[in-house]
Design a protein around this ligand. Structure first.
Ligand code: OOG
Ligand code: NI
Length: 473
């Protein structure tokens, strides 16, 4: 792990955010392997598929080497948590900042039938992402969407005194904010203490009667409210061939989600494709008014895999949303086990109108790219001062070439699909209307989220600027 990138204050040497992030994510991964052993099996499967894939595709290996992504593939993970109250979101933001993770994007999942809104905490510069790509999809329960006022009040009362952070971690967050870093030994304590918030607790904080009441409102409400903290509900490795892993999961009799969420398989992958193994039924011990414990079951934790492709511009994203919506309308909703093949056929057919060629996607401004200087000498073209308007010409004559900027974020409709398939398919029954409330989310968070589209736009711009600087020098 990298501890070279350090800052000094008068007495101590601070470790880098990447060091703490890697420490935290590997501790979390080890914990999850013990809690959910199937996750360990999935990790091995993904690793072997990725290895075989890169062996067969040297050109992709080259591309990944060029963008620096090669070093992060094996460590690539995201996780997800669901928070119950505003103050938890506020302190979670502070906790992630210690690890160099910032809130990127706002996702409204309520319009897709899940009463939460979310952001993703992640690193925001390339070398930080390549060194430690760990990220966490973080959702906050929308109490205002619970239709019974009585239940709303009950939930508020249950959560009121819940403290999901240890005293030590809160103290170390304060220390970090005061001094601008943590020493190596503090960061080790920080990772151990932070993990406590994400741990599974089989003792529910409510009686089985209250649990059932929460469950009847929405399974998600029960998962968020009935427990001591926001247990990590999945960890997701990145595969280079999701179709292959899905087939292999089925061969191993792992019960997985019927369809892969997101776009169809393509020569030039776009955005994000995801699938998961279903949540396990776990024993839970419920409280009782007379303090007699009662056993029951709860489904919360699962495993997921993802394949990432190129980030789309707003124009590309609008086309993606349109084609996906058309597929769902033509098909009559989301697929299930009996009709997934038909769904995939309609999806592939509809997506034929989305160009599957990087050069065309670049020309039509559908996706984001890194621009690189080629080995060709510039005298061959002209000696004028190049500007942004020359970019396409420079690509044409071979002085520049492009590589895709990989999508680092999430997709609300896919996320809702992942939520619902793991809560039980009967849960798609309702959809909340006109619910996005980014201002309120940001008020609770304590700062605005980073604009997702702008982040990619800036990465592309930076790479163009760099090329122009070299060509004009
Ligand atoms: C989060 C689901 C979203 C993804 O990969 O889209 C997600 C959850 O189930 O809490 O992780
Ligand atoms: Ni996920």
């Amino acid at each position: 792990m990298d501890i070279k990138n350090t800052k000094e204050n008068s007495k101590n040497t601070f470790v880098s955010a990447e060091f703490i992030r890697n420490l935290f994510s590997s501790t979390m991964s080890e914990m999850y392997k013990i809690e959910v052993p199937l996750y360990g099996d999935l990790l091995q499967l993904v690793e072997s598929v990725n290895k075989a894939f890169l062996l067969n595709k040297p050109e992709l290996r080259n591309e990944f080497t060029k963008t620096g992504e090669i070093q992060r593939l094996d460590a690539e993970r995201h996780g997800a948590i669901r928070l119950g109250k505003p103050s938890e979101l506020f302190h979670m933001r502070r906790l992630f900042k210690v690890m160099g993770m910032f809130p990127v994007g706002y996702y409204d999942l309520a319009s897709a039938g899940v009463p939460v809104h979310s952001t993703a905490f992640r690193a925001i510069d390339n070398s930080a992402l390549n060194k430690a790509p760990f990220r966490v999809f973080t959702s906050l329960l929308r109490l205002d969407l619970i239709d019974s006022l009585e239940l709303q009040q009950k939930v508020t009362a249950i959560l009121e005194n819940r403290q999901i952070f240890t005293e030590k971690v809160l103290h170390l967050i304060d220390k970090f904010e005061k001094h601008g870093g943590l020493t190596k030994s503090d960061s080790e304590i920080f990772a151990q203490e932070a993990i406590e918030t994400f741990r599974w607790h089989k003792n529910a904080t409510v009686s089985i009667e209250v649990y059932n009441e929460l469950l009847a409102q929405h399974r998600l409400v029960a998962d968020v409210v009935a427990f001591k903290g926001p247990h990590i509900n999945h960890l997701t490795p990145r595969t280079l061939d999701i179709d292959c892993v899905q087939v292999k999961m089925k061969l191993k009799h792992i019960s997985c989600k019927e369809n892969i969420e997101g776009p169809p398989a393509r020569k030039c992958p776009i955005l994000l494709r995801q699938t998961s193994f279903k949540a396990l039924s776990e024993n839970v011990i419920f409280k009782n008014s007379s303090k007699i414990l009662k056993e029951g079951e709860h489904k919360a934790r699962f495993g997921e895999i993802e394949q990432r492709g190129i980030a789309l511009t707003q124009k590309g994203q609008d086309l993606y949303d349109k084609l996906l919506a058309e597929t769902r309308i033509a098909f009559g909703g989301a697929p299930n086990a009996d009709n997934v093949e038909e769904y995939n056929m309609i999806l592939a057919e509809n997506f034929k109108s989305f160009p599957d060629d990087y050069a065309v996607m670049q020309r039509d401004k559908l996706a984001y790219f890194y621009y690189h200087i080629t080995a060709k000498r510039k005298e061959k073209y002209s000696v004028k001062k190049y500007t942004k308007t020359d970019i396409n010409k420079l690509l044409e004559v071979g002085l520049l070439h492009i590589t895709p900027i990989i999508y680092e974020d999430f997709l609300p409709i896919s996320a809702a699909g992942i939520f619902t398939s793991n809560l039980g398919n009967d849960e798609i029954k309702q959809s909340y209307k006109e619910t996005a409330n980014q201002n309120l989310f940001e008020k609770y968070l304590g700062e605005p989220v980073i604009n997702l589209m702008k982040w990619y736009e800036n990465k592309q711009e930076e790479s163009i600027e760099k090329c122009l600087l070299v060509l004009n020098s």
